[in-house]
Design a protein around this ligand. Sequence first.
Ligand code: 5GP
Ligand code: MN
Length: 336
Amino acid sequence: MNDYELASSWIKSADNIVVVPHYNADGDAVGSSLGMYLLLQNIGKNVKVVYPNDFPSFLKWMKGADEIIIAEKDIQIAELTIAGADLIIMTDFNSLGRIDLLGNPVSKSKARKIVIDHHPNPDDFADLLFSDTSVSSAAELVFQFIGKVGLKHAVDKFVAECIFTGIMTDTGSFSFNSSRPETYQIVSELLGFGINKDEIYSQVFDNYSENRFRLLGYCLNNKMNVLPAFSTGYISISKKELEQFNFEPGDTEGFVNYPLSIKGIVFSAIFIEKEDHIKISFRSKGDFAVNDFARNYFNGGGHHNASAGKSELGMEETIIKFHELLMKHSDSLSKK
Ligand code: 5GP
Ligand code: MN
């Protein structure tokens, strides 16, 4: 029996399935998890979806979004749901640390565990791991998985919308991670299910609050530092500033990409002050490996060109540390 046959038999025999994506779910985490959730509903499975924390409102239009159990809001229900599962399917993450307060309940659970993910260097926390770093997104991999376990017949327009959203958001609307022909073959198939891709784009990208736009303007005008000598640009933002703009989850999503649109900039970062740490996102163009950078210096990780980590230092000290690291890496940055 190959791994797909095994996964297929586990799905068939499971009575209670739970789907889990990573903390601070983005478009791919939501698309891959809800796509799997809706598909399993379509074949008559008893399935629940549990998220570690809340997710941006511009992703809440997807079918099933209002059925998601949010652990940070209701930890008891989340833990009971996970404890009652005999199969847990996890999407878009490679280590239990990425599901925050669900890490414990998931690792304690006796359920069979399947992971479908596209991040490098996955930890060993699943019984079956479907990992491919060459795909655009976890959603693309979920769609491949659906085909390989023989469930394509259960895909409908709503599942297709979720998968498309994951691919679209994780590729920056097909501007990166999207050079494989297979990605477009899948998109072509998804369109065949009657999805309206223009409307999906609009739901995700033209659905921001006025506050979010004002905050973006403020960040670009007042809080962005461009260091041409290091081909680097970064933004920093304090909790107080976020409060001034009535920050809501997801409002800073995508901000980190803006410095990369400046000519000559290949490395960008955003420093966001949270309750007890600074959350840092990194993006790059080309060779500079931001997953190594995040892993080596900021207790994080991710993809070659998109990663994140955190700092327990204050904002000022974190930025001093960042400047020192730029000096240290100036050879690979200034040559660009
Ligand atoms: P974002 O900047 O969108 O929060 O994260 C970018 C990428 O970095 C994510 O797709 C994920 O791969 C990775 N990532 C984000 N947060 C963490 C983290 O705390 N630890 C690790 N290892 N990777 C992270
Ligand atoms: Mn992803």
